[in-house]
Design a binder for this molecule. Sequence first.
Ligand SMILES: Cc1cc2nc3c(=O)[nH]c(=O)nc-3n(C[C@H](O)[C@H](O)[C@H](O)COP(=O)(O)O)c2cc1C
Length: 164
Amino acid sequence: MKFVMTAMGQQVTLMPLDQAQSLNLDKFERVVIGASIRYGKHRPQVAAFITKNQSTLESKACALFSVNIVARKPEKNQPHTNPYMIKLLKQLGWQPHLLGVFAGRLDYPALGYIDRQMIRFIMAITKGPTDPKAVVEFTDWTQVEAFAHQVCALPVPGEPTALG
Ligand SMILES: Cc1cc2nc3c(=O)[nH]c(=O)nc-3n(C[C@H](O)[C@H](O)[C@H](O)COP(=O)(O)O)c2cc1C
């Protein structure tokens, strides 16, 4: 996403949420917040960051995306059909200008024993891959690229548009 946005002429600062806590958001025109799912939840720091900075975020062009494995299913890969995104938006009471949901990566060998067994169990129930050696990237990178283009095209609040 950073690559695409840079290629489109944007100056991009990419950082983990923990480091973004001390960031002066006023310096930015656009803010993109992305978070993955672990055992049914986004990290609580995601909602905390948004709530703390909500008034500043409302003066920016903002995008929010979630990465999860449930989104590998076509019927759950849109912001309004993905249960984690629906829940997060309900919790936040905040509506960014752009929403994205992307299927993530399943890398069994990279997981510890307990996580691997837990995810295999969840995959067995939801008809996903269960081979403990499997590494599957469900991400549709064309969709990610399109999202990056949409972020660049978001009008920045307070800035004149092409239509004046
Ligand atoms: C321990 C663990 C738990 C996960 N739990 C869920 C889950 O409950 N639902 C889901 O859709 N995806 C789940 N995932 C999939 C992740 O959201 C996905 O792999 C994502 O790409 C991880 O990105 P990250 O490594 O940058 O956090 C889980 C992954 C891991 C490693």
